[in-house]
Write a protein that binds this ligand. Sequence first.
Ligand SMILES: [Zn+2]
Length: 268
Amino acid sequence: MKKIFFAALLTVALIFSGTELFTSRAQKIDEIAEIVEGAKILVLNYHQIADKDIYLAVPPSVFDMQMKYLVDSGCVTITPDELYAGLNGEIELPEKPVLITFDDGYLDNYTNAFPILKKYGLHATVFVIPAFTSVNPGYMTWEQLKEMEANGITVESHTLTHPKLEELPDDEIRSELLNSKSLLEQNLGHPIEFLAYPTGTYNLHIAGIAQAAGYKGAFTIKYGIVDKGSNFFALERVPIFHSPTTMKDFYERIVWRQNFEEFGWMKR
Ligand SMILES: [Zn+2]
């Protein structure tokens, strides 16, 4: 009799705890749904578009396939300004917004990526190192940047000389951020308000300096999808690297990753 009583008690306890678990999980899903509700923006991060056997260089033929995939799947490319306004609720973003970004301002962005972007009518953003612009032969010139800007490409800052900001004293961080901004503004004739942290490294202190320097947002290499829960000074990106299976990796990163995130398995 005692045994039966305990068995019944155990069953009731299990049912009760099961309900508890279910409730808290349901609540969690509600919370996650609330966080991801609204704008969800895929920000792709490229470096070089070239036939080189290094992970930072995506071959032009593969880049072409990736851009075609975005177009065929109904993605609409946006600018950093649109991302900012969309997250702030000032404008309505397209259903599948994508921000295509390139770091460093390599010459091949002009020679190889730009013709492909133009062919598909896509917008993109290049974060350049103005100390290298028109100086280092491996990087784009001011003329090339202006031509790209006249054709749907946005140019923003990747600091003046690409140092690891975390290793610099405050005054040098400030001058890297302010001088790159003003040099770009002088040469391109429009406000520069977005930054990509060199090597992706940042912390709250650096983010504060960037904000005080007049930036509205900064991109990291923190892997993830930008949404309402994102910090404007720690914007997530999905890096696209070259590998023996670049195209397969691309699908996995942009398709599966988003599904995982939706259930809160990745970012939070
Ligand atoms: Zn860089």
